[in-house]
Design a binder for this molecule. Structure first.
Ligand SMILES: [Fe+2]
Length: 248
């Protein structure tokens, strides 16, 4: 059974399972060699402002911020690629929705190309696609945005490594240090099992928790397919977050 499908434990504290997260040093993911700590971690007490200070307000969301098909497009035009809806919920360890969380997302275009000055992949830019957006979860922790399905892209890791199609996610809580970052993959992508970054995960359950299934119920006929991606902030069923060890 997938860990994401386990029923929530009733009541009580669910301790964090630190073995669920990958090790910091994973040489098959080359960048981890330089990024992982070389000395034992030190623990610093957090300050009051780190734990409580607001970092955003609901007023910052624009009308097209959750529509990557249109938010960078010229009037009357739209981004090129398979049109999709990505939706899901941000959940706590008991399966309860987390309201008011800022969800940010960024991705490559349909050809696998990022709009970034350090991008080195030769796939073409789409003049109508910027590649980033944001939204805020509703009362039940739900979020939704519209985009195009990103393409896979090569990256300088091994001799010929390719990233599976993916969307990067950032979740902000209500304190400065409450930020979690992860990636969503697409059901059925043959590159998932070949990816050195996915390969640092310790179990198939962890990979499955980052893989969004096709959701025909939320698709729109003649318009968009849909994928469902829930993110669990902590506890027994926690989503893998790249920066988990850094946060509060
Ligand atoms: Fe990426």
């Amino acid at each position: 059974m997938s860990l994401v499908n386990l029923p929530p434990k009733p009541g009580g504290f669910i301790p964090r399972d630190r073995t669920w997260q990958p090790d910091g040093l994973t040489p098959t993911y080359k960048t981890s060699v330089r990024r992982s700590p070389q000395a034992p971690l030190l623990s610093f007490p957090s300050t009051l402002s780190e734990e409580t200070s607001p970092v955003f307000g609901h007023h910052l969301i624009g009308p097209l911020d959750n529509d990557l098909i249109l938010n960078y497009a010229q009037p009357g035009q739209s981004a090129i690629g398979p049109r999709i809806i990505v939706h899901g919920r941000v959940l706590d360890e008991l399966g309860r929705g987390v309201a008011g969380a800022l969800v940010e997302f960024w991705q490559a275009n349909a050809g696998g190309r990022y709009r970034h000055k350090k991008e080195s992949y030769q796939a073409a830019l789409d003049p109508n696609f910027g590649g980033c957006g944001r939204t805020i979860t509703g009362a039940d922790g739900s979020y939704e945005f519209r985009t195009i399905q990103p393409g896979p892209y090569p990256w300088p890791n091994g001799m010929n490594d390719w990233r599976p199609a993916h969307i990067h996610f950032s979740l902000f809580g209500h304190g400065f240090a409450q930020r979690l970052i992860t990636q969503m993959y697409f059901e059925g992508d043959p590159l998932i099992k070949r990816c050195p970054i996915v390969g640092v995960l310790k179990s198939q359950e962890a990979v499955d928790a980052l893989t969004a299934p096709l959701d025909m119920h939320q698709s729109v006929p003649m318009d968009c397919l849909a994928y469902k991606f829930d993110m669990v902030l902590r506890g027994q069923r926690q989503t893998y977050f790249e920066n988990r060890k850094e946060g509060l």
